[in-house]
Write a protein that binds this ligand. Structure first.
Ligand SMILES: Nc1ncnc2c1ncn2[C@@H]1O[C@H](COP(=O)(O)OP(=O)(O)OP(=O)(O)O)[C@@H](O)[C@H]1O
Ligand SMILES: [Mg+2]
Length: 265
C-alpha cells in the first residue's frame, strides 16, 4: 500500500555525459519503500540513463546512488542485483529456446550459493537450495498466471507473455526493489492491463517497490504513487499523478514544441 516509507533507493545529484550530450544533470530522486514510482519524459530525456545508473550499468560522473542508506556507487551490476536491486530491460531478455519455467529458474541460478562446483557435485545443501528454488519458481508461475504456459518454449510465446516470463526471472532474485524500463512497450492494451495489475500486486503482495519508465500516460497515472518527469536530463517535475497531470511544464514538454512552461522548477 502506498505507505510513504523511507527511501529504499536514492539518486543524489547525478551528472552523466556522453560527449556533448548531458544525459543527466543534477538529478536527485528518492524512491520510497511501498511505492510504484514512474519516470516519464520525452525520448532522450535520460530515463534509461537514470535506471542504468541505479543498477550500475552506467557510472555517473558526479553524485551517488544510495540503497537502504548506504552509498553503493562503487558496486558493479551483479553485486547490486545480489543486494536486492532487480531489473528488467527495454526489449526481451529471456532465452527463447528454454521453457517459461526454465527461464525463471535461471534467475535463481544467478544467486546460487556455492558456485559451479557444488552444483556439479550436488551436495545436500545444493539439493535443498534447488528444492527451495523450485518451490519458489512454482509460486512465481502461479502469481504471474503462467500455469498453462510453464512448459512452453518462450520463443513461441507472444511478446506480452515473454515479458511476463522476463518479470518472473527478475522476481526469482527476490529483489527488494524492482526497476523496469518500458515493460509495456509493444504490448496490446490487454497485455498492458495484465502487467499493470501484476505491478500493483508486486507492490502490495510482495511489498516490493517498483520503479518504472513508461510512455503510456493512462497506465502511469493509473498505477503510480509518484511520478518524476525528466526533460533534457533534468528533473522538471515530481509529484502525485494528479499534481503531474496539471503541471504546465509537463504539459509543455509533452506537447513537444519546447515552448512555454515557465521556469518554476
Ligand atoms: N550509451 C550511450 N552512449 C551515448 N549516448 C547515450 C548512451 N546512452 C544514452 N545516451 C544519450 O543520452 C541521452 C539520454 O538517453 P536515454 O536513453 O537515457 O533517454 P530515454 O529518456 O530513456 O529515452 P527513450 O524514451 O527514447 O528510451 C540521449 O541523448 C542518448 O542519446
Ligand atoms: Mg529509454
Amino acid at each position: 500500500m502506498a505507505a510513504t516509507g523511507a527511501a529504499i533507493l536514492e539518486a543524489r545529484d547525478l551528472g552523466l555525459r556522453f560527449g556533448a550530450v548531458e544525459a543527466l544533470k543534477d538529478v536527485s530522486v528518492r524512491f520510497a519503500a511501498g511505492h510504484v514510482h514512474a519516470m516519464i519524459g520525452p525520448n532522450g530525456a535520460g530515463k534509461s540513463s537514470l535506471l542504468n545508473c541505479l543498477s550500475g550499468f552506467y557510472h555517473p560522473w558526479t553524485g551517488a546512488i544510495m540503497f537502504e542508506g548506504r552509498d553503493i556507487s562503487a558496486l558493479r551490476p551483479p553485486d547490486r542485483a545480489r543486494i536486492g536491486i532487480g531489473r528488467t530491460f527495454q526489449g526481451i531478455q529471456t532465452y527463447p529456446s528454454m521453457t517459461a519455467r526454465e527461464n525463471i529458474l535461471t534467475g535463481f541460478h544467478a544467486m546460487m550459493k556455492g558456485g559451479v562446483f557444488s552444483g556439479l557435485f550436488r551436495t545436500p545443501a545444493t539439493v535443498r537450495q534447488e528444492e527451495a528454488f523450485t518451490a519458489r519458481a512454482e509460486e512465481i508461475i502461479d502469481f504471474l498466471e503462467l500455469e498453462e504456459d510453464r512448459h512452453r518454449v518462450v520463443g513461441d510465446m507472444s511478446y506480452g507473455l515473454r515479458k511476463r516470463v522476463d518479470l518472473g526471472r527478475a522476481l526469482a532474485l527476490q529483489p527488494k526493489v524492482l526497476v523496469m524500463d518500458e515493460p509495456m512497450a509493444g504490448m496490446s492494451p490487454e497485455e498492458k492491463g495484465d502487467l499493470a495489475r501484476f505491478t500493483l500486486d508486486i507492490r502490495d503482495r510482495y511489498g516490493i517497490p517498483v520503479i518504472l519508465v513508461e510512455h503510456d500516460m493512462d497506465v502511469v497515472m493509473d498505477i503510480s504513487d509518484r511520478v518524476t518527469v525528466l526533460e533534457f536530463g533534468r528533473v522538471i517535475a515530481e509529484g502525485t499523478p494528479d499534481q503531474i497531470r496539471g503541471n504546465d511544464r509537463v504539459i509543455a514538454a509533452y506537447l513537444g514544441d519546447g515552448a512555454t512552461g515557465g521556469e518554476a522548477a
